[in-house]
Write a protein that binds this ligand. Structure first.
Ligand SMILES: Nc1ccn([C@@H]2O[C@H](COP(=O)(O)OP(=O)(O)OP(=O)(O)O)[C@@H](O)[C@H]2O)c(=O)n1
Ligand SMILES: C[C@](O)(CO)[C@H](O)COP(=O)(O)O
Length: 258
């Protein structure tokens, strides 16, 4: 399926401005729950429900397309119940994004936000900050956070090659925001170039590879926008959710907890 379907000026503008692509077709191998990661419960609801709630709360996306694993019915039903459009994802994240972009062919959104369902607790303010930057004219925007560990390069045998200066390094989160035509074009270019989709770890890297000279801008990410990848991440997400629920619960004396 090509992400490069033509869009004409006769196509209607997307209601709500942006289109959101929420990729949720991964298997969750590293989490090890024996079910697609987006279905794994967090505080009694699947990860995908939390992610879509964040998108809805941000209030920037008129259309939301969700990639789901092949053969899935449960995540599709959940996506529909949340007002989103499910589409079968691909074998890799990049192929999933392409399939979602194909659903949006013919749309002229103000921008496209590509978001990981696995970053299910991303604050809506991060989505808005990315969208605002695209609205202000940026063509590619990524939220980033500082790298907190000392980083060391090693060779194939694990021998140390030295410490990397981390002051200029940032860890990349989602949502990543794009001019829609640019995003379609760089995915199409990667496909045409025969780039291994498994080697494409995010969408902004395609801009650097296939639209050289186009700046990729950054905005501050958030520590709550971490990706639920391994079991420890799920524990952290559960703790954050419980903390948020405790804070929202009125205490017996009638005052809100600090
Ligand atoms: N074929 C794929 C692979 C990943 N994703 C989505 O891309 C995001 C980032 O992927 P990751 O967290 O690495 O998820 P998994 O691929 O499920 O993880 P694992 O490698 O542990 O199986 C996730 O929201 C995931 O659902 C997707 O839509 N389609
Ligand atoms: C897109 C991403 O979440 C940005 O940090 C990340 O690159 C996804 O990588 P994964 O290996 O597919 O989890």
């Amino acid at each position: 399926m090509s992400a490069d379907a033509p869009t004409t000026t006769a196509d209607p503008p997307t209601p709500g401005g942006f289109a959101a692509v929420v990729v949720a077709a991964g298997s969750g191998t590293r989490l090890g729950h024996g079910m697609p990661k987006a279905l794994v419960p967090l505080g009694g609801r699947p990860l995908l429900a939390h992610a879509l709630e964040g998108v809805r709360a941000a209030g920037v996306a008129g259309r939301t397309v969700v990639t789901v694993p092949a053969g899935d019915t449960e995540l599709s039903a959940l996506a529909r119940a949340c007002g989103a459009e499910p589409v079968e994802g691909g074998a890799t994240r990049a192929e999933s994004v392409r399939r979602a972009l194909a659903v949006l062919a013919g749309e002229r959104p103000a921008g496209v936000l590509v978001h990981d369902a696995a970053r299910c607790l991303t604050p809506p303010a991060v989505l808005r900050a990315v969208a605002d930057r695209v609205r202000a004219g940026a063509r590619a925007v990524v939220p980033v956070v500082p790298v907190v560990d000392t980083v060391r390069r090693v060779d194939d045998d694990g021998r140390s090659l030295g410490t990397v200066d981390r002051s200029a390094l940032r860890a990349v989160q989602t949502p990543q925001g794009f001019d829609a035509a640019l995003l379609r074009a760089v995915h199409a270019a990667a496909e045409a170039a025969g780039t291994d989709p498994a080697a494409i770890t995010d969408d902004a890297s395609l801009v650097e590879a296939h639209a050289p000279g186009t700046p990729v801008e950054t905005v501050p990410g958030h520590e709550h926008a971490f990706k639920v990848t391994r079991p420890l991440d799920l524990l952290l997400a559960q703790a954050l959710l419980e903390q948020a629920r405790d804070r929202a619960r009125p205490d017996p004396r009638g005052a809100l907890r600090p």
